[in-house]
Design a binder for this molecule. Structure first.
Ligand SMILES: Cc1cc2nc3c(=O)[nH]c(=O)nc-3n(C[C@H](O)[C@H](O)[C@H](O)COP(=O)(O)OP(=O)(O)OC[C@H]3O[C@@H](n4cnc5c(N)ncnc54)[C@H](O)[C@@H]3O)c2cc1C
Length: 461
């Protein structure tokens, strides 16, 4: 690569306590948590809408806030801002509510599916209520370093280039962009992701005009309707179904597209296969501009072919059409930033607890195939504060899918509610560090614990 020496120039300075790159699943929760803990917060997001993989990635996630207690019961292990958000989504008619799924493959719990469109409004409202300064359509693109401290974050938007001088920084960009520009150590975790699930990328889309009665009646043995629930007000409009079209002989047009071992369909609106999870995406390093662009284009073509194949071979889809697709591809894995502590699969399986926890978690995406990967009794494990601390950097906290080095363990921590738990922990910690004017490693845990409890984070059940 050749280099061009840019001329130095004066750019405006914006001062704040906490700067966050990425208003995604983790970043929005981090921003709200930091602002509620008393910090001035600037949140920069490259897309026009906050919410990240949940909204622009359109996953309409099915996720879990609970852990199995015994064969019959579950216990909720996540409260705080993530749970508040779930309740607000449900209140606005944008979620299935908590559907008790004792026989779920993911070992019990309450499955919860949110509507990505309603999420866009609810998360925007929560950010505004908290007083976060949000810059949308704003790219974080560099740092100014002062030894092992970040002095400023560089962003670009319609106002041009600006330097955000903050006391603390949270990297919630998914790919670890702040950490990369700050020179922190990163490892790639995308190459082998197709061995544990569909691959490092995916593009979620929906089809309307589906005849669900026929889908269920005429695909016996292939379509498994797992859960149904009327909406909170009793109307039968909101329901969740899960279909796995596993039979390659019967669904040849789909099988020929190499779309992976299953296609998960979740329906939360009548006649609509709301979320079709195209789980086998394109194998690329999505943190690189050219690879990301190629994956975006290849997956647009792939979902069109998938929609055509659904129409061609799945009874019930004859009159259906591609009604929407996520604004951007979803990324499961790209780069992991090395932190002071990384959670291992062994620790998850052993239900490990830590002296510096910022929250609890249980869900594991590999568990339907490998139940032994679940946390043993009591069914959950802890997230230590140290898992958020980017090695070698004094004022940088990581939150979201950008942490956890082992792929199997990442298949647990990277899930939506896990990212949100990290977000709240990082937000509260960053606010406290900014107030005390100290580095992330100088923060006394009892102080952090008290502030987390004040924000209703569950640390003991
Ligand atoms: C196809 C797919 C299906 C999934 N299904 C489920 C599921 O059913 N259940 C579940 O629990 N989990 C699921 N997941 C996993 C989960 O959704 C993600 O791991 C999680 O949302 C990641 O959260 P995050 O905050 O780390 O990243 P994101 O939510 O992606 O947020 C990162 C944000 O940073 C922004 N950004 C990136 N770089 C910059 C920059 N330089 N400047 C400014 N902004 C930037 C992005 O635009 C984005 O908004 C799925 C993931 C995928 C891809």
């Amino acid at each position: 690569m050749k280099y061009y020496q840019e001329k130095g120039r004066e750019i405006p300075i914006i001062e704040t306590d906490v700067f966050i790159a990425g208003a995604g699943t983790a970043g929005c929760i981090a921003a709200i948590a930091a602002a509620r803990a008393g910090a001035r917060v600037v949140l920069a997001e490259k897309m026009p809408v906050p919410g990240g993989t949940y909204t622009n990635g359109g996953i309409g996630t099915s996720s879990f806030f609970s852990a199995p207690k015994d064969d019959r019961q579950t216990v909720r292990i996540v409260d705080g801002i993530p749970y508040e958000l779930a309740l607000r989504l449900e209140k606005e008619g944008g979620a299935t509510g908590f559907i008790h799924t004792p026989k779920d493959d993911h070992r019990g719990g309450y499955r919860f599916v949110g509507d990505h469109e309603v999420y866009k409004a609810v998360i925007s409202e929560m950010l505004m209520e908290a007083g976060v300064t949000v810059y949308l359509q704003t790219m974080f693109c560099g740092v100014v370093m002062d030894g092992s401290r970040i002095q400023a974050a560089l962003v670009e938007n319609k106002d041009g280039r600006q330097a955000i001088f903050a006391k603390q920084y949270i990297d919630a960009s998914g790919d670890g962009d702040i950490a990369k520009f700050a020179g922190a150590e990163q490892i790639e975790n995308w190459q082998n992701y197709d061995q544990v699930c569909g691959g490092p990328t995916g593009l979620v889309f929906g089809m309307a005009g589906v005849d669900f009665d026929r889908l269920i009646a005429e695909n016996e043995g292939a379509v498994r309707v797992s859960y149904q629930k009327p909406a909170a007000d009793g109307t039968p409009t909101l329901k969740l179904s899960f279909c796995h079209l596993r039979d390659p002989e019967r669904y040849k047009a789909l099988a020929d597209l190499d779309i992976n071992f299953f296609t998960g369909i979740q329906s939360i609106h009548p006649g609509e296969a709301t979320y079709i999870n195209n789980s086998k995406g394109v194998k690329v390093d999505a943190s690189k501009a050219e690879d990301l662009s190629m994956a975006e284009m290849k997956l647009r073509v792939k979902i069109l072919r998938m929609a055509q194949a659904f129409k061609a071979c799945v009874p019930g889809f004859e009159h259906a059409y591609l009604s929407w697709a996520a604004t951007q591809i979803g990324i499961r894995a790209s780069k992991i930033t090395v932190c002071d502590k990384t959670i291992t699969q062994e620790e998850i399986s052993n239900a490990a607890r830590f002296e510096d926890e910022i929250g609890l978690y249980a869900f594991h995406d590999l568990a339907p195939k490998k139940p032994e990967l679940f946390a043993k009794d009591p069914g959950f494990y802890g997230f230590p504060y140290r898992m958020l601390l980017a090695k070698g950097c004094d004022n940088l906290l990581m939150a979201g899918r950008c942490v956890t080095e082992e792929i199997q363990a990442h298949m647990s921590t990277r899930n939506t509610v896990g990212c949100m738990v990290m977000g709240q922990g990082a937000g509260v910690a960053a606010a406290l560090c900014a107030q005390a004017d100290c580095g992330t490693r100088q923060l006394a845990y009892p102080k952090l614990k008290k502030a987390l409890l004040e924000q209703n984070v569950i640390l003991e059940v």
